[in-house]
Design a protein. Structure first.
Length: 474
């Protein structure tokens, strides 16, 4: 009887281990071509970072490598104008990898040739056109390989020094296997899948990128033909088209989590996600964390852990977190300034990283999550200070802003009439963007000429009453 029970227990434990899917190796490829101005690259970097966070959250075994492609070193006055690769990092599950991304290259962009260089790195070869100190990519041969591309490239366009090519530079003919030779090699020889995040409105470019993308996702539009493609003629594709920018709109909060769900296998693992709207300045304006989790069958939740990570140094600071769990698997917690354990005088921008720990079949496991809010690369900004009158001289009240988020025009509404005062618009670094005298209860403003981001809207009355709120500029 004891032997039977022991055999049953061992079988159960082994079944749990087998149910937990192994990790995937991801190569995140960033286009560094000349059309990537500072704002576009910044938006692309933020998107790549948010996607990397989702992938590392999805399965603890996932690893990510980041590479840049261009045609010369960024800032070089005598570039090579040759297809060039910069490997930001080898495959890693280091949770700081997304913060290390920086622009490395410039000039032309040749995606097909960049894939050839990535193949060289995967095979352990050498190439003078891989200019980073990291020259190889050490893939786990037992793990699936997924290539995620961020690009605004044309199919085959441009003049020397600023070419933009998705297809084979030497054999760019439409609807031919030669145009996609390196892509096909990755799909067939390395069993790789491709997901393509593409900023373009050009039909030929869109159809070429859709042909590069693998089966999956939701794209069912037209695509170029490649008869050698193992996915030939099959829809939908993992093609994610963008028409104006890599930045997210207010209705795209789940964009990166949805994309990650299409290219990540999380079978057998618990899951965790949360949303937090970044506050304008410091910890005094912190708000509520809302989220949800799932556990494998038979698992017991052991607890939560929240840290606040310095974006520059990767130092972690513990944050008190004792959420209320409601429903089957949802939780909420209203943060307070007293929950933070920060050194005096600390500066910088920080991100929340939340962990749940659970036990199942005699083992203990952890899954992590970053803030799923996709609009900013930080959750807490300690670089700003809000200059106000002493606390005993003012009353802090909340104003209403609509619409919020806004493309530019918005309306500010107070909860009472004021005889006189001033309205200020501040950025998150406390720089004054605009000020004007006001009276009454409702005021109209327009920030259409300002960049995307969070702005602080503050009304100060002649009696030193302060009304404040946050506006998200899309």
């Amino acid at each position: 009887m004891k032997k039977t029970f022991l055999l049953f227990l061992i079988t159960f434990v082994m079944s749990v281990f087998k149910a937990q899917s192994g990790g995937t190796d991801y190569i995140v490829i960033l286009d560094n071509g000349p059309s990537m101005d500072n704002q576009r690259f910044s938006d692309m970097k933020l998107g790549a970072t948010k996607l990397i966070e989702q992938l590392l959250s999805c399965n603890p075994g996932n690893r990510v490598a980041v590479v840049h492609y261009g045609a010369g070193k960024y800032g070089d006055t005598s570039p090579s104008y040759k297809p060039t690769l910069y490997i930001e990092s080898d495959f890693t599950n280091n949770t700081f990898v997304g913060q290390l991304i920086d622009r490395r290259l410039d000039f032309g962009d040749h995606f097909h040739e960049a894939l050839g260089l990535i193949g060289t790195a995967l095979d352990g070869g050498n190439s003078p056109d891989i200019i980073s100190s990291q020259t190889t990519l050490n893939r786990d041969p037992s793990a699936p390989l997924v290539v995620v591309v961020f690009s605004d490239a044309e199919r085959n366009a441009g003049v020397f020094g600023s070419e933009s090519y998705l297809v084979n530079y030497d054999y760019p003919s439409l609807n031919t296997p030669e145009a996609f030779k390196n892509v096909t090699s990755f799909k067939v020889d390395r069993q790789a899948k491709f997901a393509f995040i593409h900023l373009s409105t050009n039909s030929q470019a869109i159809e070429a990128a859709a042909c590069i993308a693998s089966v999956g996702g939701n794209y069912s539009g037209s695509m170029e033909s490649n008869t050698d493609d193992p996915d030939y003629g099959i829809l939908p594709r993992l093609y994610y088209g963008r028409t104006s920018s890599f930045g997210m709109s207010s209705y795209e909060v789940d964009y990166w989590s949805d994309l990650a769900g299409n290219i990540c296998n999380a079978a057998g693992w618990g899951s965790l996600s949360f949303l937090y709207e970044p506050s304008g300045c410091g910890t005094n304006g912190v708000q509520t964390i809302n989220g949800q989790f799932t556990l494998p069958a038979g698992a017991v939740l052991n607890g939560f852990k929240l840290v606040m990570r310095d974006n520059a140094t990767a130092a972690d600071y513990t944050v008190n977190f004792n959420p209320t769990i409601y429903g089957a698997n949802q939780f909420t917690y209203q943060l307070q300034p007293s929950d933070f354990n920060l050194p005096s005088g600390v500066t910088g921008k920080f991100k929340f990283i939340l962990t749940i720990q659970y036990s199942v079949a005699g083992g203990t496991y952890e899954v992590i999550s970053w803030n799923g809010y996709p609009f900013f690369d930080y959750d807490i900004n300690m670089d700003c200070t809000t200059k106000m009158a002493p606390k005993d001289q003012l009353k802090n009240s909340i104003l209403t802003i609509s619409p919020n988020p806004s493309d530019g025009p918005f309306k500010v509404t107070l909860d009472k009439e004021i005889l006189s005062g001033k309205l200020e618009v501040l950025d998150v670094n406390n720089n004054r963007i605009f000020t004007k005298p006001v009276k009454g209860k409702v005021f109209e403003m327009d920030l259409k000429t300002q960049r995307q981001g969070i702005y602080i809207i503050k009304v100060t009355t002649d009696k030193n009453e302060v009304f404040s709120g946050k506006l998200i500029k899309k």
